[in-house]
Design a protein around this ligand. Structure first.
Ligand code: FES
Ligand code: FES
Length: 206
């Protein structure tokens, strides 16, 4: 007599198979690029999704450029790229290979601060200062292109930079003052500021 065929094990009794391990996604590789920042070449390796803002701050230690909204709305991350003001939070660092980048750290020279820095300090055009690097870079790009901008032009060119402390009047005045200095014109003294001091130190006794 033939033995009845054995019933196959019910699905519940089947030996549970270990779920297949999903392959870990390949980790993105760093790219190595030479960035020219403030007149110096920097060979730097970073993940390809990093923005110029992140690479400047995290890989090159240039923390003068500030993080703000990271959405292109506040302008605090503005740097100058090939003479144009650019939002570094919206720019991939890999796109900047071979381009000339200037950050706020590159504005001063051995002779002293940039006339814009001096004018912002002299006229109190900064309070907390968080927005100031972005304003300085946007203004530098403007004055390099147009040495005698009208108040309307300054207002228009800086419209993408937000300040929550100072109000904009002092900032526009500072840009006009710096433009005059750069054109070699005399500017009125500021009470309490020593005009001979390269850093605009407040005169003693005032
Ligand atoms: S941080 Fe770039 S625009 Fe706000
Ligand atoms: S000085 Fe504070 S945000 Fe502009």
């Amino acid at each position: 007599m033939t033995e009845p065929a054995r019933e196959s094990a019910s699905p519940a009794k089947k030996k549970a198979r270990a779920p297949r391990k999903a392959k870990a996604p390949a980790r993105p590789r760093k790219v190595t690029t030479t960035l020219r920042v403030n007149g110096e070449d920097h060979e730097v390796a970073f993940l390809p999704h990093k923005t110029l803002l992140e690479v400047l701050r995290e890989d090159l230690g240039l923390t003068g450029t500030k993080h703000g909204c990271e959405l292109g709305e506040c302008g605090t991350c503005t740097v100058v790229v090939d003479g144009e003001p650019m939002l570094s939070c919206l720019l991939l660092a890999v796109e900047c290979d071979g381009r000339e980048i200037t950050t706020v750290e590159g504005l001063s020279t051995a002779q002293g601060p940039h006339p814009l820095q001096r004018a912002f300090a002299d006229l109190n055009a900064a309070q907390c200062g968080y927005c100031t690097p972005g304003f300085l870079c946007a203004s530098k790009a403007l004055l390099d292109r147009d040495p005698s901008p009208s108040r309307d032009t300054i207002r228009e060119e800086l419209a993408g930079n937000l300040c929550r402390c100072t109000g904009y009047g002092k900032i526009y005045e500072a840009v006009e003052r710096a433009a005059a200095v750069m054109r070699g014109e005399p500017v009125p003294p500021v009470p309490g500021i020593d005009p001979a001091s390269p850093t605009g130190e407040v005169a003693r006794g005032c």
